[in-house]
Design a protein around this ligand. Structure first.
Ligand SMILES: [Zn+2]
Length: 320
């Protein structure tokens, strides 16, 4: 890591960069003992000015797919590949949580992705979120925020805060676009409030890297988006057959025990269909899990041991 340059984040001005590629260690804040907290950031700028697109991962420290995608993206692209504009890559937005391999860090147990647009940012995670928003995210023309599932796995999908972003979301070619609830405090919501087009990405589950899905997302999705923005050479190839979901229903566990699924991610199920069972401890009578609506399985629990009311699946559909 000897080529990584140390820079105070206050001195960063991404719009000034032309024809260069650098990995920076941005100093975010000083700590009580005189040490400092820093964050890795990759910047790849083309010769010509153009859109600044920021790819963010690792707001939650147990979600590694986005960090891996950022790592591959940085290695893959050289300044001469960028026809115009600048790519800003933030692989680990929440370094403390990443070190702890947890969704939030034990420093303040604050969810970074609920820390934007707050009236006051007092806790360290909120302070960092605000700082990154001011110096990097709000300076972008487009933003992608990559996440993963928790105890369950997501079908790779793109989340948007409103239907006006459907066309942009389809450029990422995951096949599934979800109009997510406007979660106050989330990064994409804060960006959209600042008129910055923002997409969230969900791939896989926590504490694991789905290399195949990540590589596919990078080659068929992220690079396709860059092509559509005329930032990267090649012709855009966007799949016209992608599903839009405007609603999702959560299927929860009727009891505690061992969960057996009878469906797969992406499967279309009908209302009343048997989705799986829960097998309570010391009991042979299985509890049935019935589909509450017709739709596609967008999220599927991968942890076999479940408690009552745990989320087992998300069934997503388009509200007519
Ligand atoms: Zn997340």
């Amino acid at each position: 890591m000897k080529d990584i340059k140390f820079l105070e984040i206050e001195r960063l001005d991404v719009s000034e960069w032309r024809h260069s590629k650098k990995a920076l260690r941005l100093k975010l804040m000083g700590l009580d003992d005189g040490a400092s907290l820093s964050m890795l950031c990759g910047i790849i700028a083309g010769r010509k000015a153009g859109p600044i697109i920021t790819v963010v991962a690792g707001q939650h420290g147990d979600e590694w797919n986005g960090t891996y995608i950022c790592h591959q993206l940085y290695n893959k692209i050289e300044p001469q590949d960028i026809k115009r504009g600048t790519l800003v890559i933030v692989p680990i937005a929440n370094p403390w949580a990443f070190l702890e391999r947890d969704r939030v860090s034990s420093i303040d147990v604050v969810d970074m992705n609920r820390s934007y647009s707050l009236a006051e940012s007092r806790k360290p995670t909120e302070y960092i979120a605000e700082l990154l928003f001011k110096k990097i995210y709000s300076q972008s023309d487009y933003l992608l925020d990559i996440h993963t599932g928790g105890s369950g796995e997501y079908l790779p999908n793109i989340g948007i805060t409103g239907q006006g972003r459907v066309e942009l979301a389809t450029k990422l070619n995951t096949g599934y676009v979800v109009v997510a609830q406007k979660e106050f405090g989330s990064l994409i919501y804060a960006c959209e409030r600042a008129s910055i087009p923002a997409l969230s990405v969900e791939i896989g589950r926590r504490l694991s890297v789905d290399y195949k899905s990540c590589d596919k997302f990078l080659d068929n999705g992220l690079l396709n988006l860059l092509k559509s923005l005329e930032m990267y050479p090649g012709t855009e190839d966007t799949n016209p057959e992608q599903k839009l979901f405007t609603t999702k229903t959560l299927v929860t566990s009727p009891g505690s025990g061992f969960f057996h699924s009878q469906v797969d991610l992406g499967q279309v199920v009908n209302e009343g269909e048997l989705l799986g069972t829960v097998e309570p401890i010391f009991t042979s009578k299985l509890e049935k899990i019935i589909a509450p609506a017709q739709g596609s399985v967008l999220y599927l629990r991968r942890e076999e041991k479940v408690s009552v009311s745990d989320t087992l699946m998300h069934i997503a559909y388009q509200n007519s």
